[in-house]
Design a protein around this ligand. Structure first.
Ligand code: ADP
Ligand code: MG
Length: 283
């Protein structure tokens, strides 16, 4: 049958995911399936758990998965470290990228791209040939309208908020993952830069990337119309809809969602109160 012969669409499948940080429960049962070629928007107030979800998918060691599964094409990835996940084609752009003083963008990208493209490469083996790499990097930077100087600077070292986000998009362009999670890649960018970012993501992603875009605004979605919009509140996805849900959220905010899900809104308040306590103890 045609259906049986058709190549299976690759997918990232999250089921009943429960996550704690320092034994504090943050995610309390997240379900989400992202297929290659789909755009998913994840929205929700600050502190609802969006970055936690992104970090857990990528394999950040701070998070403890207490229940549930994350599978890539049916394979459990929870035991894989972040490097293995990256090699399998998962990418995450950080909400707050880290600086790596002493490591130039170009060298960083050459190593990262080599590792992702040759998953069985041993440490010390050949990198992508310099000439080939340089050309590709230059092409991508032209496409993203980035100054060549950018590649010679240390990774995120002294970058403005906007430059950091553009550096993340350059990584996305060079690594061309199967699944990309973009955590507020629009924050800190001015209107024109967000427009360019939105276009670039659409061009890079094309039809064969599965993308999870975490955002509060509509601009990044302009060229990446979400097939699904998820709303997170108090550590759970409380609603999933289409592009119209994203529109409602950025025009009207989250109060209607809170009103529709009073129990989750109560959990949100508890989480925020607990955060305040932690902060005052630290301060
Ligand atoms: P969002 O990205 O939706 O704003 P986060 O995932 O960053 O939300 O945070 C969700 C909750 O988890 C918040 O209450 C936050 O304080 C808590 N949290 C996240 N990361 C940590 C951490 N490393 N240590 C302690 N608490 C954390
Ligand atoms: Mg966040």
């Amino acid at each position: 049958m045609a259906a049986a012969r058709k190549k299976m669409t690759e997918m990232l499948e999250i089921k009943n995911l429960q996550v704690a940080v320092e034994s504090k429960p943050i995610l309390t049962g997240v379900d989400m399936t992202i297929r290659r070629g789909e755009v998913h928007a994840l929205m929700g107030p600050n502190g609802s758990g969006k970055s936690t979800l992104a970090g857990v998918i990528m394999g950040h060691p701070n998070y403890e998965v207490t229940e549930g599964t994350i599978e890539l094409n049916g394979q459990n990835i929870l035991e894989w470290d972040a490097t293995e996940r990256a090699r399998a084609g998962i990418f995450m752009a950080f909400q707050r990228p880290m600086a790596i003083p002493g490591v130039k963008m170009a060298d960083f990208l050459r190593h990262a791209a080599t590792n992702v493209r040759n998953p069985n490469r041993k440490e010390g083996e050949q990198l992508i040939p310099m000439r080939e790499f340089r050309k590709e990097l230059r092409d991508k930077m032209t496409q993203l309208r980035m100054d060549e100087e950018f590649a010679r600077r240390y990774v995120n070292d002294g970058f403005s908020g906007g430059e950091m986000k553009r550096a993340e998009i350059l990584q996305l362009a060079m690594l061309r993952p199967k699944f990309a999670i973009l955590d507020e890649t629009d924050s800190g960018l001015d209107v024109d830069a967000v427009k360019l970012a939105s276009q670039s993501i659409a061009e890079i992603g094309g039809a064969d990337m599965g993308i999870l875009i975490i955002t509060h605004h509509d601009r990044l979605l302009e060229h990446n119309t979400p097939d699904f919009t998820h709303v997170m509140l108090g550590g759970r996805i409380v609603e999933t809809g289409g592009v119209e849900l994203a529109r409602e959220l950025y025009t009207e905010g989250y109060d209607k969602v809170r009103a529709r899900h009073p129990e989750d809104a109560a959990i949100e308040r508890e989480m925020a109160a607990a955060d305040k306590k932690t902060v005052s103890v630290v301060a």
